[in-house]
Design a binder for this molecule. Sequence first.
Ligand code: SF4
Length: 267
Amino acid sequence: MKELNFLTLESFKPWDPRALQEMAYWEKKIRSLMGKAIHHYALIQEGDRILVGVSGGKDSLTLLHLLMERRKRVPIRYDLFPVHIDLGSGSERANALKRFFESHGLSYHIEFTDIGRRANSPENRENPCFLCSWERRKRLFQLAHRYKCNKIAFGHHKDDIIETLLLNIFYSAEISTMLPLQRLFRGKITLIRPLALIEEREIERYAREKGLPFGPSGCPVSGKTKRSEIKELIRTLEKSNTKIKGNIFRALSNIKLEYTFTSNREP
Ligand code: SF4
């Protein structure tokens, strides 16, 4: 496993006024895109207690950091409760996260599991990611209930949404994807994805520049999944048309039902 990134501000020189100006711009853009998603989809309300799923990757740590920052600026009050489910990769990552949560004065829950080992066992070679995400999500629901959280926030971003749409079409024969807001169990739990409008590369930059302690998952199938293939496919297509990703994303809000088979199913 590679070392976690404990470095701060790798490329940013605080004494350089141009760098300061640029940082302010891209940071403002990320904040405003998250704010836009929160307002547009009504993701956060006064008094919410939000369990934030923190895997230790760049996305979830950026989400937590942005939500903490935002809490200082907005006139509503909400609680953040980060939860890290260790999949069996060991304590290095968990310790880094523990330090991060404590340095920001957050209450948190860290749990060690064997989900990663079971997901990648020889009996489950077909689809490790399915079992892994299923088990993790089930545990997060239980923990949300235990810690009285009414919302669970995930760090899924715009690229995840686009890739999931293509994955579901290619491998599940359905047109669906992750939603910015999803009510479950008759509204008892709401899933929110405040980074839904932000691209992965912008999140990565934020995580690096802010010195967030993110690192690789350590999962043996990471980078070899169907999702990685789709990511690569989009990257290849983007070389000849930079609008590809944006077009797929916009298509999600531009469905011409009259040109689908939904009312004219195959026998
Ligand atoms: S890549 Fe690894 S950690 Fe991620 S969902 Fe799949 S099995 Fe789990």
